[in-house]
Ligand binder design. Structure first.
Ligand code: PMP
Length: 458
């Protein structure tokens, strides 16, 4: 274990050598990121020994909590037996068993599991497969992917190209010809006087019009997160996904459901597409909670129907030349298999369904606070949004760093959140108890009040 006074040396290496995700070039080399070196259950411990509830569960991923020795042991055992195999030439029972366990839990005929290194590579694989299939089918012009504003699908070139968060696009190139973005599906920002039903009709018309304008012969797929997670936990109006799927079916457009966040119990089910949103998509992408974040792994899960349409006599002799050295890595597969076993044995899905109502009730109650303009959530995911653009409540000043202010005060009181400009998002480990949920929201109420008082004081 690293001692406190070693951290200053390591911090120099962190600054000099470790390029972090979303690194700000203005600050590179001069950061004071907090070291977190130990964790247990729903808590992480920082370099100063402070114990915090991990509100975001890492990055929406540590489903069964930290310090799970069963997963650690399963990984160690697999590493000792067979640390690696080549998925190009051989196979191995760990990923083969996992593919079966995953397929048993997916909706419909989504039975073909392509393992990847994470969520971005799962989305990349989905887009490449859809393009590949259309090439095999002799429709090389059918390539456009329809996505949505505020969507996040990953950080590889294709996944980033179909992501719709404007502020991530400024300095990086995109495959612009590939993607088309539909307007925001957040009903909170609909025009005054418009009903949710009318807003929903408008969003469905957006999709249908886009397919019409681009030409159905050119649109390959629609990609959507069941709820837009890092875009600010945007839950579309009820019935949205079902109606989008109907539009897709009508125009021979495939539906890719990006369940990187919503899979593996986050909304109380293995996957949210069918059980929560009543759709059976053509492809599901997933990662994160598959291994509870213990080791990297993702999957692109394809329906039998799609594979059958281009296999055997229909294959044209084609090869899907896509794959990774670590596709189906046995140590990751061993972690995922143990993770699933723990989910089953400990009734994690039932637990999420039983505590989620309290979580959502406490989340809703945050709206009573003067600076809170909206709260959104589902299952064990939540977002609290404070007003910044125009809708200033009770005369409070606009403040773009309000999310960071709230997080700062909450950390002082023992809760870590994920600030996103004027929002904080959180998705705690799924093993969280009702008492711990109450503790989380008690701290959040105080943190919001302190941040508001700070702004008011100028
Ligand atoms: N899709 C969604 C919906 C995500 O939230 C993320 C990551 N937050 C990704 C894809 C990319 O996953 P990864 O970071 O594992 O590549």
């Amino acid at each position: 274990m690293t001692r406190l006074n070693d951290f200053e040396t390591i911090r120099q290496w962190d600054n000099a050598n470790f390029v972090h995700p979303w690194e700000g070039m203005g600050e590179i080399g001069n950061n004071r990121r907090t070291f977190t070196e130990a964790a247990s259950g729903i808590h992480i411990t920082t370099e100063t020994g402070k114990r915090l509830i991990d509100g975001p569960a890492g990055m929406w991923c540590v489903q069964v909590g930290y310090g799970n020795t069963e997963i650690a042991d399963a990984m160690a055992e697999q590493a000792r037996d067979m640390a690696y195999f080549s998925p190009f030439s051989n196979t191995n029972s760990a990923p083969a068993r996992l593919a079966h366990e995953v397929a048993r839990r997916t909706p419909g005929d989504l039975n073909r599991v392509f393992f990847t290194t994470g969520g971005s590579t799962a989305v990349d694989t989905a887009v490449r497969f859809v393009q590949f299939r259309n090439n095999v089918l002799g429709k090389p012009e059918k390539k456009v992917i329809i996505s949505r504003q505020k969507a996040y699908h990953g950080s590889t070139y294709l996944a980033a190209s179909v992501s719709g968060k404007e502020r991530d696009k400024g300095w990086l190139d995109q495959a612009q010809e590939l993607a088309y973005f539909l307007p925001n599906v957040n009903s909170h920002i609909r025009p005054d006087g418009m009903s949710i039903a009318d807003f929903l009709d408008e969003k469905i018309a957006d999709l249908e019009n886009a397919i019409h304008d681009i030409g159905a012969n050119k649109v390959a797929a629609f990609i959507a997160e069941p709820l837009l997670a890092s875009g600010g936990v945007i839950v579309p109006p009820e019935g949205y996904h079902k109606r989008c799927l109907e539009v897709c079916r009508k125009h021979d457009v495939l539906y890719i459901s990006d369940e990187v966040v919503t899979g593996w119990g986050r909304l109380g089910h293995w996957f949210a597409s069918e059980e929560v949103f009543d759709i059976v998509p053509d492809i599901i992408t997933t990662a994160k909670g598959l291994t509870s974040g213990y080791v990297p792994m993702g999957a692109c899960i394809i329906s039998d129907a799609l594979i059958d349409s281009i296999s055997g006599d229909n294959s044209q002799g084609a090869t899907f030349s896509n794959g990774f050295t670590y596709s189906g890595h046995p140590v990751s597969a061993a972690a995922a298999l143990k993770n699933i076993e723990i989910f089953e044995r400990d009734g994690i899905l039932d637990h999420v369904r039983s505590v989620a109502p309290l979580f959502q009730e406490r989340l809703d109650a945050l709206r009573d606070h003067p600076i809170v303009s909206d709260t959104r959530g589902m299952g064990l995911v939540g977002c609290v949004e404070c007003s910044i653009d125009g809708s200033v409540k009770n005369g409070l000043e606009q403040d773009r760093a309000i999310g960071a202010r709230i997080d700062h005060h909450c950390q002082d009181m023992g809760l870590l959140l994920r600030p996103l400009i004027n929002m904080c998002v959180f998705s705690p480990p799924l093993i969280i108890s009702e008492d711990q949920i109450n503790q989380m929201f008690d701290i959040m109420e105080k943190g919001i009040a302190l941040a508001a008082a700070e702004i008011q004081a100028g």
